[in-house]
Design a binder for this molecule. Structure first.
Ligand code: SF4
Length: 347
């Protein structure tokens, strides 16, 4: 059966969660704060949730468009199983519309525009183990939009003793949050800027739901999470914005949530901005450390700020070069010199 025929044959499709029927054969998807109201035969903003016959189906289920083995530091996660490999997967589609997307070839594509494989949830942990990966990451596009597949993979991963990771924009509703994150061990959440203006104009979404997700992660789950702020020249690199972002993290999430400032390179619809200078990341890091955050990293450049230092005595605990761990001196999750316990998941 051809790809288009499969997409129209509901017996071949996986019915979604987090939706309700509406009049006129429409469906309301409440998985993410877009709250799409989808007409018969149409898809939501994310492309991969479709209305067929008045029911919502997930085209992403069992259908990854990217499968790869990455270092865990690439997610980036610096306090979660450092130096290990993570089996990474993504599908087509996304629920944000970021002009700077660096995975736009799949995230801005419809399901029938990418080359997908058929991989059942119970096959994923077997592939991860075959490639010596102690964890599985849902990444590349926004995994929230294929949450049904994520949850079923997580259940299988637990049976195999593997951990699971969300690399996410944090754009999820309250109704779906625990259904997904109660199965997750770690997350990296993009906090793309600290203004509604940026979120509205550059990502076509809103900031507040992302801040809500971060608060729920901290207050209501045991998920280990880190935050990434991709700095784009002139759009979100103002020092006063960085200070407000760091102060918000300190006040709402505490000093121990690692924060990664990463460098932008021109991509997709943002070709007119230059690469982020290293000095911009150094300045942002200084501001965040001055605010009181304990673990502030720089990424997508070569920098000593990829290392993990002990916040108490300053010793270098984990030395990294780009995404490679060169030395790891952590002793059972603590500094070997002064005994300070470093928050994270270390084994
Ligand atoms: S997950 Fe997709 S279909 Fe559902 S509300 Fe978000 S963008 Fe719309």
């Amino acid at each position: 059966m051809g790809e288009l025929a499969i997409l129209n044959d509901v017996s071949q499709l996986h019915e979604g969660r987090w939706w309700e029927a509406e009049g006129g054969n429409r469906v309301h998807c409440f998985l993410c704060p877009r709250h799409c109201h989808i007409h018969e035969g149409q898809s939501g903003f994310c492309f991969i949730r479709v209305n067929r016959g008045g029911k919502l189906y997930s085209l992403g289920y069992g259908s990854p468009a990217a499968l790869q083995v990455d270092p865990i530091e690439k997610k980036p996660l610096n306090h979660f199983l450092p130096g290990t490999r993570v089996f990474s997967m993504g599908t087509a589609g996304c629920n944000m519309g970021c002009f700077f997307c660096q995975n736009w070839d799949i995230s801005k594509s419809r399901h029938d525009q990418v080359h997908s494989q058929t991989v059942a949830p119970d096959q994923v942990p077997l592939l991860a183990k075959k490639h010596n990966c102690p964890s599985i990451a849902f990444t590349y596009n926004e995994p929230t939009i294929w949450g049904e597949y994520v949850v079923d993979i997580c259940r299988e991963a637990k049976l195999q003793g593997l951990k699971t990771v969300m690399v996410t924009n944090g754009y999820i509703t309250r109704e779906a949050f625990h259904d997904i994150y109660d199965h997750i061990d770690a997350a990296n959440v993009d906090l793309k800027a600290f203004t509604e203006n940026f979120y509205g104009k550059i990502t076509l979404t809103h900031l507040q739901p992302v801040l809500d997700t971060l608060r729920w992660l901290k207050g209501e789950t045991n998920v280990w999470f880190e935050i990434t702020n991709l700095m784009i020249p002139t759009l979100n690199d103002d020092p006063s914005e960085t200070r407000r972002l760091a102060d918000w993290i300190l006040e709402n999430l505490g000093p121990d949530v690692p924060l990664h400032f990463t460098a932008f390179h021109p991509d997709f619809k943002l070709q007119d901005k230059p690469r982020t200078p290293a000095e911009t990341l150094h300045r942002a890091r200084t501001i965040a450390l001055e605010s009181g955050l304990h673990f502030v990293y720089e990424g997508n450049i070569y920098s000593d700020a990829a290392n993990t230092n002990c916040p108490k005595c300053g010793d270098v605990l984990i030395r990294r070069s780009w995404h490679t761990v060169e030395t790891n001196r952590m002793a059972n999750g603590a500094c070997p010199k002064c005994g300070y316990r470093v928050p994270g998941v270390w084994n």
